[in-house]
Write a protein that binds this ligand. Sequence first.
Ligand code: ADP
Ligand code: MG
Length: 223
Amino acid sequence: MFEIVNLKKTYVPKKGVPVEALKGIDLKFEDRGLVFILGRSGSGKSTLLHLMGGLDSITEGEVILNGVSTKNFKPADYDRYRSLYLGFVFQDYNLLSELTVEDNIALGLEVAGKKTENIEETLALVGLEGMGKRKPRELSGGQRQRVAIARAIAKDPGIILADEPTGALDEETGEAVLRLLKELSKEKLIIVVTHDRDFAREYGDRVIELSDGRVVSDTQKLA
Ligand code: ADP
Ligand code: MG
């Protein structure tokens, strides 16, 4: 169980007024399934994902994974939390351009202290068999995003957090990426930020909508 309790985030810029990006969010997630987070630009989606993933500091509230709160985490605890339990997928892929596909994936595994032998298997899982020696620039956008997904799943985390993973892809490629995430969600919790309502309705087991830093709807699809 992954749980967030009364989560708040206020950004305090050096100049200008503080921004209350999250105003108290409470959510509980099962251990598997495909959950979409919808909302307009600026509604707090990325902030929520970053806080859940331990990528930015929490102003108030808690993130609790399997009964353990991150509340008193030190930086090293956060490193462990991120590398062992979470995989991240971003809109712009965040691949290292100088490294081959397999080295990009291996890097994440080494950080997590996991074996790097099964990279080819992981590539096959995302439909990229045989492409391990290529550099990211030798791949299409959809293929790069699948490398990013391979990197996220290679260390076998229980949770994958994806921030607009189809944002830079054409519709068809985006759908292929979502079908892949759907498949993975049979065994993992996959939380995807998007502003594509149709995709969310079609593929999501649950759709949560944010507006102005609050949850305004939370709809579970009947099994
Ligand atoms: P979304 O992903 O839904 O578009 P964000 O979570 O990125 O929304 O942003 C929520 C609000 O917080 C917006 O008003 C945005 O301008 C503000 N914000 C996001 N990041 C920062 C930051 N680093 N410093 C100041 N304000 C920020
Ligand atoms: Mg965003």
